[in-house]
Design a binder for this molecule. Structure first.
Ligand SMILES: [Ca+2]
Ligand SMILES: [Ca+2]
Length: 192
């Protein structure tokens, strides 16, 4: 039993290590906006707009590709008998009309797949009350990204010229002189 638990931990550690910043591996980034439990329908609040920006959470448009992206929106009914309705505009044109806000102590959040709507890591969101009174309690954008491998930086080729060291020059000079002396000595020994 202990061995099995250890094997599971080791596998978990391996998987955790493998899901890091290695080239091409998926990463998860998220951005949360919580404007502070705004109550729609009273205090004249009818509409709110905000922008999620993943670039502040580690997403880089130059090297990262979005695989999936999910927007979560949390609302809370204040438990009156009326029905709660909200219009949700995502990006510039993705419109969800008259969505019903579900009641309950911990209502299920809306979840939208929004990867096609994200440009340069940002997503614009607008919420407009249509009916009832309700709280808007938070928004979260979660994305899985793939990071391109970073190419090693190679500088321009530098031309290399070989300059003989002074010691080499001395040895070379000595060799030339020695060869000359040997030739001269041989000529002297030759009978004329
Ligand atoms: Ca209600
Ligand atoms: Ca209500």
């Amino acid at each position: 039993m202990r061995v099995r638990r250890l094997a599971v931990s080791l596998l978990g550690a391996f998987l955790t290590a493998g899901s890091g910043n290695a080239s091409g591996s998926p990463l998860t980034v998220e951005h949360t906006s919580n404007p502070g439990d705004l109550l729609f329908g009273r205090e004249a609040l009818q509409s709110i707009s905000f922008t999620h920006d993943l670039t502040g959470s580690g997403f880089s448009p130059a090297t990262d590709t979005l695989t999936t992206a999910t927007l979560w929106l949390w609302f809370q009914d204040d438990r009156d008998p009326a029905a709660e309705k909200v219009d949700i505009l995502l990006g510039d044109s993705w419109f969800h009309n008259n969505e019903t806000i579900r009641s309950g102590a911990a209502p299920t959040p809306f979840a939208f797949a929004v990867a096609p709507l994200i440009a340069n890591g940002t997503l614009h969101v607008s919420l407009t009350r249509q009916n009832g009174t309700f709280y808007f309690t938070g928004s979260r954008l979660t994305a899985e990204i793939t990071r391109l491998p970073i190419a090693p930086t190679t500088g321009p080729a530098v031309p290399v010229s070989v300059v003989p060291e002074p010691t080499s020059l001395v040895l070379l000079g000595t060799g030339v002189v020695a060869t000359g002396l040997r030739k001269r000595s041989a000529q002297r020994r030759r009978p004329s």
